[in-house]
Every structure is written in structure tokens, then in C-alpha cells.
Design a binder for this molecule. Structure first.
Ligand code: DGL
Length: 295
């Protein structure tokens, strides 16, 4: 937990965490194109209170949804390598876009467990009464082979309506989660899905889970909103395995935040979205040598 006050400067706390970890006390790395993965970080924190968590938001390069595959793969591999240099025991790709484009490349490069996203289409199909499921995500996620496969798998049980939402991530990256402009934009994407009969809405982008309340208000009480955060947190627990990679302590774990965005801005926005004052580190301090996060 990084606060910039008293004798415990962020750097001192960071160094203490790094000095003391053995394999199972090492932190879990969680990253996203920006702040969206905080929705996954929160679910992991609730599921695994004793784990130390390192969050990386690549906000200077968000949104990934508008970038080429080459660019996304380069960013994901760079962040993945730096997280393993940092000494993490597992990596959570808390970004659907990064998952569909680059999770496989990351798996072939690093040798810690990788837990990646999947839009919650399967539970949504089970929950739907009308048999019509809406999915909102980035264009890149919706165009991917993995989403196409998921839709094919459930096509006999439900009609799955896909809707890309360009522009939404940008609002959330600025911490503007209650703005009229965002509400109007979300309405313009979601209302046609409701008109087509969808009674279940999948949030296929981790940023959208940060405005889940606003989306729930737009769709009204008869529509079920589903995201993947809790399922991912449970999957992290399962992959760490009891007594193997799980933190062997009852002491609450800490959170360390990194961002590629300018520091003041990152402090303000992450603190607002995380719900308490955090002090964001601008650079990785890896266990083995120092690398600059901006490379
Ligand atoms: N949080 C990312 C996702 O889940 C946002 C994508 C973006 O940066 O465009 O897809």
C-alpha cells in the first residue's frame, strides 16, 4: 500500500516488499492498457486479501483498442518482461484487448502462470431469458477469433449481439466516470441492444466495469449486467493453488501502482478510481537490474 506520508516513503515500502519476498510471497502482477484493470485488481484484492499486488496501467498508450496488433504485442511483451524482472509469481492480463491480441505471445515468452480475460458470454447465455445477449467491448476484441469462437459455441442457445464502443475508454482514462457526455455515449451504444431484445449485457472491456453502476442505470433493473472480474479473481486463486504459490500469511497484502502516464495525473485518477490516495511509481524497480518503464 503506497502512501506518500511519514517515514514510509513509497520507495522504502517498495524496497521492503522486494527484500522480503520468496516465491510464494512474491506479488501478483496485474496490467491493463490503462486504468480499466483496476476493476480486476479490486476483485483479486477481495478474493485474495493476503496477496501483494503490483498494478501496471499503460495509460500513456491507451486505448489499445485503436492500435495495431504489432503495437499491442510490443507493449504487452514489454510490460510482461518487466513484471517478471520485477519478480512477480503470476501475471493477470486485465485487458480483453491485450488478451485477444497478445496473451499467446506473452505465454510463449514468460514462464510464470498467465491468467487472461474472456468476455462473460457463457454465464450471460445461461442467465438470459429472452435468449438475446448483448456484448459491449472494443472493436479489436469483438473482431477477434476468440470472441467469434465463443459466439459460435453458444449460437444455438442464444442470439449474441456485439456492439463496439469507441470513445468510452477515453472518458474513463480521464477519471470522468459520471459525465453527461459518457452517459450519452453509452446510451447510444446500449439502447439499440435493448431494442433488439437483449436482457443480459456483457461488459467485455475491463474499463466498462468501472462504470458498471452507470451502465446498470441506463439499462434499468430488468437487464442483467455481467462482467468477468470475480471469475478472473477465482481463476487466479485456482492457478496459484493452495499452499504452492499462495501467500503463506494472514497479513493483508499491499498494492503497488505503476503508470506510464504523467505522475501527478496518474496519482489523481488512480486514487479516484481505486477509492483512496495512492502514490503511483513512475518506474519499475526490478529485482534484477533497472529498466525504464517507458521503453
Ligand atoms: N481495458 C481494456 C479492455 O479490456 C481497454 C481496451 C483499450 O485500451 O482500448 O479491452
Amino acid at each position: 500500500m503506497l502512501h506518500g506520508s511519514g517515514a514510509n516513503t513509497p520507495k522504502q515500502m517498495l524496497e521492503r516488499v522486494m527484500e522480503n519476498w520468496s516465491d510464494n510471497s512474491a506479488p501478483i502482477g496485474v496490467f491493463d492498457s490503462g486504468v480499466g484493470g483496476l476493476s480486476i485488481l479490486r476483485a483479486i484484492r477481495e478474493e485474495l486479501p493476503a496477496e501483494s499486488l503490483v498494478y501496471v496501467g499503460d495509460s500513456a498508450n491507451a486505448p489499445y483498442g485503436d492500435q495495431t496488433s504489432e503495437y499491442i504485442i510490443k507493449r504487452v511483451l514489454s510490460i510482461g518482461l518487466q513484471l517478471t524482472d520485477f519478480g512477480v509469481k503470476a501475471i493477470v492480463v486485465a485487458c480483453n484487448t491485450a488478451t485477444v491480441v497478445a496473451a499467446e505471445s506473452l505465454r510463449s515468452l514468460v514462464h510464470v502462470p498467465i491468467i487472461a480475460m474472456e468476455p462473460a458470454i457463457k454465464p450471460a447465455v445461461h442467465l438470459s431469458r429472452t435468449g438475446i445477449v448483448g456484448v459491449i467491448a472494443t472493436t479489436r476484441t469483438l473482431e477477434s477469433a476468440s470472441v467469434r469462437r465463443l459466439c459460435d459455441r453458444y449460437s444455438l442457445r442464444a442470439k449474441i449481439e456485439l456492439q463496439a464502443c469507441p470513445g468510452v475508454v477515453e472518458y474513463i482514462e480521464q477519471g470522468n466516470v459520471r459525465e453527461k457526455g459518457l452517459e450519452k455515449l453509452l446510451e447510444s451504444y446500449v439502447k439499440p441492444l435493448l431494442k433488439s431484445g437483449a436482457d443480459t449485457l456483457v461488459l467485455g472491456c475491463t474499463h466498462y466495469a468501472l462504470v458498471r453502476q452507470l451502465i446498470a442505470e441506463i439499462v434499468g433493473p430488468d437487464v442483467i449486467v455481467v462482467d468477468s472480474a470475480t471469475a478472473i479473481a477465482r481463476e487466479v486463486r485456482r492457478r496459484l493453488g493452495d499452499g504452492l504459490l499462495r501467500a503463506g500469511t494472514e497479513t493483508p497484502g499491499s498494492e503497488i501502482f505503476f503508470s506510464s502516464a504523467p505522475r501527478e495525473e496518474a496519482n489523481r485518477i488512480i486514487s479516484k478510481l481505486w477509492g483512496r490516495d495512492v502514490c503511483v511509481e513512475p518506474e519499475f524497480l526490478p529485482a534484477r537490474g533497472i529498466r525504464n518503464f517507458m521503453i
